[in-house]
Structure formats: structure tokens, C-alpha cells
Design a protein around this ligand. Structure first.
Ligand SMILES: Nc1ncnc2c1ncn2[C@@H]1O[C@H](COP(=O)(O)OP(=O)(O)OP(=O)(O)O)[C@@H](O)[C@H]1O
Ligand SMILES: [Mg+2]
Length: 336
């Protein structure tokens, strides 16, 4: 039980409007990810949902009931922040149980719920330790455990993994995916990490300057971005944008910009459509990313699978996959 509906959420700090009318439906059990540039209002929106920030206007419904005047503790929400904010003098076990203790939950119940969460998060060996005796990843798991024991209707995560190193991020990301499957709880999760967004989300919400640009499944956003902003935001390296004036043969009437993802361009030393010079080559092992100066299109990023021995100043020929082009009109909207 944890559906959420936002209607026309507006939030201003003074005369600076940070959220400009957000509408969103989250189904029970869904994993929804908010992405968008720094300062676009992701954390503010989470805080409005949690009740930590009052909206200037609009409606927040949880399981159909209006909660806009309900205090945070009564909304059935648990929030996990980037900074774990654990109590340094309490053990892992007491950190996890503290919220329940403060809510007057009886001791046996607290014991049982902490034990269950601890098992789920592989924290059993650490229950007697204090936060200073844990790694960053273990501390983050304790913060998640503290949210789980409250059995909320809705979990809110604000960049929970951004303090972790790369390997631990992957591990914790998989744990969160597993946790979502087991708990079947509704989760809303803010991240700057493309891979987290693409792999965890049932639904991604792309925010820009306080407004929703597009809502859709990861593959919808990747394959059918609604506009230039989403096309450029989802996918790494970024989609190439080329003015249609440079490519009249690929542009139908009304097309202002043509988009081509770096992974949809083939490269050859012998022949192809666009003669180019390699400006820089990034050899990542699994992938090779090439930055080209191309006679027809200007700068072009190309992503090849595996290792390719191109280096700066090589002359190559780039050929776009014509079935994977994106076309945008003068208002930067995708044309179908
Ligand atoms: N309490 C506040 N008073 C005034 N302005 C605020 C306050 N909190 C946030 N803002 C402003 O609101 C805007 C949105 O902030 P918010 O923290 O929601 O962004 P964000 O999308 O979470 O960014 P980031 O990705 O950097 O975390 C920013 O311009 C920020 O400066
Ligand atoms: Mg934020």
C-alpha cells in the first residue's frame, strides 16, 4: 500500500519559484527515479512529498488521502539521505530501532523488526558496533535499515549512494534492487547516476528547472525522448545533435535538429559517409569512445564496443545508422 499522486505542486522560496506545477502518479510498489540537473528541484520535491517542506500550492495524496496538512511523521514515509546521519554514540542495533522506540513501539516488536531488517541487509555481524567502526557502505545500509524497520508505505531516497566508491555503489545498487523486489514497497529515488536511473527504475521522471520534461520507462526515454532536453540528458556519452542544414538529405521538412547516439555510428578506416579526423580516443577496455571532427557535421562522439586501435589524428569514416536517428522541430520537440 503506497500509491502517490501529486497535482500541480508549486513551491517558491521568496519570489524564486523552484517547483512550477508538478503532476505525477506513482503506483503502489513502483520504483520511480527523479533525474535532472543540479538545482532543478529534485530534493525539494522529495521534501514536499515527505512533508519536510510546505508546498506553496498543490495536492499530495498517499493511497488516495490528501496529506498536504499531515505532519511528516504521520505520512507513513521513510526518507534515506545522502548523509546517513546516524547517531555516533548508539550501536547499529539501537540506531535502527531508535525511531520505533521514540514512537513507543514495544520492545519485542522492535527486536523482531530490527532482526528482520538486519538479516535482509547482511548487518547481523555489526549490530553491536558504533557507526565509526563501519565502512561507508555499511553505514549506508544501516540508514536504509532504519527506514525499513518503520515499514513505511513509501520510501524516499535522496542520492543515497553518492558517498560510496564505485565498487560499493554497484553492490549497494544491486542490494536496493533486491530490497525493492522483496519488500514490494513504493520507492522514489533521486540520483545523478545514469546507470542507477536506467537499472533501478520502473519509471523515470526527468525534471528541468522545476518542471517535468518527460515521464516514462528507461527504454522509452532512451528510444523515444520527447524533446531535445531529454534526448541530451538520458544516455552517456550524450547524443550528438546536428543542425539539419548540415544534413539536408536526412532532414524532412520541419526538422531543425537531428540527433544520433554515439553508439549508433559505425566507424571504418577505409570508407563511409562522413570523413573525419580523430581528436581524442578514450580506451575504456569494454568500450572505445572517439571524439571526431567531421567535415559534414562538425564535432561527433562515437562509441564502439570493445577495444579499437584508433588514436588522435587518424583519418576515419563515420556512418550513422539511419534507422536510429532522432528528429526535432524548431521548438526542440521530437518529431515522429
Ligand atoms: N531553503 C531554501 N531556501 C531558498 N532556496 C532554496 C532552499 N532550498 C532549495 N533552494 C533552491 O531551490 C532550488 C532547487 O533546489 P534542490 O535542492 O531541490 O535541487 P536539486 O535538484 O536537489 O539539486 P542537486 O542535484 O544539486 O541536489 C535551488 O535553486 C536551490 O538553491
Ligand atoms: Mg538534491
Amino acid at each position: 500500500m503506497g500509491s502517490l499522486q501529486l497535482k500541480s505542486i508549486r513551491k517558491a522560496f521568496g519570489d524564486h519559484e523552484v517547483l512550477k506545477g508538478i503532476d505525477l502518479e506513482v503506483n503502489d510498489g513502483e520504483f520511480v527515479i527523479f533525474v535532472g540537473p543540479s538545482g532543478c528541484g529534485k530534493s525539494t520535491l522529495l521534501r514536499v512529498i515527505a512533508g519536510l517542506e510546505d508546498a506553496t500550492s498543490g495536492s499530495v495524496r498517499i493511497d488516495g488521502a490528501e496529506v498536504i496538512n499531515t505532519p511528516p511523521a504521520k505520512r507513513g514515509i521513510a526518507m534515506v539521505f545522502q548523509s546517513y546521519a546516524l547517531y555516533p554514540h548508539l550501536t547499529v542495533k539501537d540506531n535502527m530501532g531508535l525511531g520505533l522506540k521514540q514512537a513507543g513501539t514495544d520492545k519485542a516488536q522492535i527486536e523482531a523488526r530490527v532482526a528482520k531488517a538486519s538479516g535482509m541487509l547482511s548487518l547481523d555481524p555489526y549490530l553491536a558496533r558504533r557507526p565509526a567502526e563501519l565502512s561507508g557502505g555499511q553505514r549506508q545500509r544501516v540508514a536504509i535499515g532504519r527506514a525499513i524497520v518503520r515499514e513505511p508505505k513509501l520510501f524516499l531516497f535522496d542520492e543515497p549512494l553518492s558517498n560510496l566508491d564505485a565498487a560499493l555503489r554497484v553492490q549497494t545498487r544491486l542490494e536496493i534492487a533486491g530490497l525493492h523486489r522483496r519488500l514490494k514497497a513504493t520507492m522514489i529515488y533521486v540520483t545523478h547516476d545514469q546507470v542507477e536511473a536506467m537499472t533501478l527504475a520502473d519509471k523515470i521522471v526527468v525534471l528541468n528547472a522545476g518542471a517535468v520534461e518527460q515521464i516514462g520507462s528507461p527504454m522509452d526515454l532512451y528510444n523515444k525522448p520527447a524533446n531535445l532536453f531529454v534526448a541530451g540528458f538520458i544516455g552517456s556519452p550524450q547524443m550528438n545533435f546536428i543542425s539539419s542544414e548540415r544534413l539536408p538529405e536526412l532532414a524532412q521538412t520541419g526538422v531543425k535538429t537531428i540527433g544520433i547516439r554515439p553508439e549508433h555510428i559505425a566507424l571504418s578506416r577505409e570508407s563511409g559517409e562522413w570523413k573525419s579526423k580523430v581528436i581524442n580516443a578514450e580506451h575504456l577496455g569494454a568500450d572505445t569512445i572517439l571524439y571526431l571532427e567531421t567535415e559534414v557535421t562538425g564535432l561527433l562522439t562515437v562509441r564502439l564496443f570493445g577495444e579499437h586501435r584508433y588514436t588522435a589524428d587518424d583519418i576515419v569514416f563515420a556512418t550513422p545508422d539511419r534507422t536510429s536517428l532522432h528528429r526535432f522541430d524548431a521548438n526542440d520537440r521530437a518529431m515522429l
